[in-house]
Design a protein around this ligand. Structure first.
Ligand code: ADP
Ligand code: G6P
Length: 483
């Protein structure tokens, strides 16, 4: 039977070694959490990096990793410490990530890292070629693997290849600054279908293809060599039922079943009729607008002092890419800002910000989503943002308010949220007040529409539509070649 091979840098599970034993955790981040359910239900395999380097693995550990990974229907690409330094922390996260998120001032152009990027993309291609059979479909994901579609197409021209970018695609004016722009575009065009979260990203990509490669683009189809490459937008959804059902069973928890976190959250909620929890959840990343959010919350407390001792910002940040200096700087800045705001406003019975810097198990995420009357999601740039969607899915009583940055891809499908510009503190403070005071009927009206949309366009549907479009594209391609 033909299979689909999913390929991404990060596998859905992340392996670490602690006290000489393997520690396996689910990966964090939209790509892994979103695609996980699609993969679990399919008959394919997922190829990616385990999170460990070759140097960390002796024969015995390596066998153990392979066993665990195979059990999860995955296969690993072996990466050395040098690969991780130059390809992952290096080119992927010091060049492509900041550039594609419009952080030009953080973007490094380093030829050695570019070479490492090419080498590692080839390593991924080698593992795919070992696992592929005639008739299989390959679905490549994200910015770490932009050269991979071409590497596979060159070796296996008949393979159907899809590519999906989980981050923004920047405007031509940004992309044109990239020194290896032609090669990167040719790498992507090895795919038969290229998918983006939003129409804007798709449009930016097509503009780069037209202006840099001077290719003929008709509507959303690119004539490329003897093929047609289709480009389209597919806004990624979430496993709606998983979040919704988890929240439903949460409602029926007895006191003894509740987690310690839930009990602490309950204490706050029960402190008074007008107390509110404001939630934010992100990877600790400079694109997520964390310092802006804390400053805006401080501004809000000064502008509307009547909410002191009533509202609390619960901020969960999961450690991410901590070998990259900008992420270390952001961590220090966040610690300082949280300290400053808590130092300035805390009373004996109230701390304005609860700050957790760690990954949390799924049940605790549900504790947070279901206990918070407001979600405050303020990225300065974000490809999609699944947290916004997860929050809505867990609001089983149709109450709660989502405040969402218009810079997140998700805002394009979530007009019923309160959309804000994350750099406008005045607007953010006023929107927070609006959210706190929003009547129940209005909350319910907005949430119901959002839920309906998210339920209809779940992550399963997203994958299904991508695959359908990929198969159609392949058919069109064949007809044109046959003419
Ligand atoms: P990104 O892909 O940039 O990390 P998204 O919002 O699209 O941003 O996806 C983040 C995913 O990671 C969500 O599915 C969310 O539930 C999960 N996540 C975020 N923070 C944590 C955390 N502290 N612990 C566990 N999972 C988290
Ligand atoms: C975003 C990216 C993913 C990445 C994830 C976590 O969602 O689009 O490709 O896997 O962040 O980042 P990490 O560097 O830990 O894989």
């Amino acid at each position: 039977m033909n299979k689909t091979i999913i390929v991404s840098n990060r596998l859905p599970l992340q392996v670490k070694i602690e006290n000489n034993a393997l520690n396996i955790k689910p990966s964090v981040g939209g790509l892994a959490t979103g695609l996980k359910s699609v993969h679990e239900e399919g008959n394919g395999i997922w190829i990616g990096w385990s999170g460990l380097t070759e140097e960390e693995l002796d024969k015995d550990l390596s066998n153990q990793v392979n066993k665990e990974v195979t059990k999860a229907k995955c296969a690993t690409v072996p990466l050395t410490q040098d690969d991780v330094d130059n390809f992952y922390f290096g080119f992927s996260n010091k060049t492509l990530w900041p550039l594609f998120h419009y952080f030009m001032e953080y973007t490094e152009f380093d030829n050695d890292q570019w070479e490492a990027y090419k080498t590692v993309n080839q390593k991924f291609a080698d593992v795919i070629l070992e696992n592929i059979e005639d008739g299989d479909t390959v679905w490549v994901h994200d910015y770490q693997l932009l050269l991979l579609p071409k590497l596979i197409k060159d070796k296996k021209p008949n393979t159907t290849i899809g590519f999906f970018l989980h981050i923004p695609y920047p405007s031509y004016e940004i992309f044109r600054t990239f020194p290896w722009r032609e090669e990167l575009l040719h790498g992507m065009l090895g795919a038969d279908l290229l998918g983006f979260h939003t129409y804007d990203y798709e449009r930016h990509f097509l503009s780069s293809v037209k202006r840099i490669l001077r290719l003929d683009v008709q509507f959303n189809e690119i004539s490329y060599l003897d093929r047609v490459v289709k480009v389209d937008s597919f806004p990624m959804g979430i496993d709606y039922n998983k979040f919704h059902n988890a929240a439903l069973s949460h409602l029926n928890q007895s006191n003894t079943e509740k987690s310690e976190l839930q009990k602490r959250l309950d204490d706050h909620i029960q402190a008074g009729p007008d107390t509110k929890l404001i939630l934010s959840i992100d990877r600790m990343d400079y694109t997520k607008g964390i310092p802006n959010r804390i400053r805006a919350f401080e501004y809000f407390l000064n502008k509307y002092p009547q909410f002191k001792e009533k509202v609390r910002l619960v901020m969960l940040a999961v450690p991410s890419r901590s070998d990259v200096p900008q992420y270390q700087k952001l961590k220090r800045e966040t610690d300082e800002l949280v300290g400053r705001v808590n130092g300035e406003f805390s009373t004996v019975s109230w701390t304005p910000i609860w700050y957790f810097y760690r990954s949390m198990p799924f049940d605790n995420l549900i504790d947070l989503y279901t206990s918070s009357q407001i979600a405050l999601i303020t990225p300065v740039r974000d490809g999609m943002n699944l947290v916004a969607k997860e929050y809505i899915a867990t609001r089983v009583n149709q109450d709660g308010v989502l405040i969402l940055s218009e810079m997140a891809g998700a805002s394009k499908e979530m007009n019923e949220a309160l959309l804000i510009n994350p750099n406008n503190f005045e607007q953010l403070a006023d929107t927070l007040k609006h959210a706190i005071e929003m009547p129940a009927e209005e909350q319910s009206k907005r949430i119901k529409i959002l839920q309906k949309r998210l339920q209809r366009y779940s992550v399963e549907k997203w994958a299904e539509e991508f695959m359908k479009s990929l198969n159609d594209t392949k058919k069109i391609g064949k007809t044109i070649v046959a003419k």
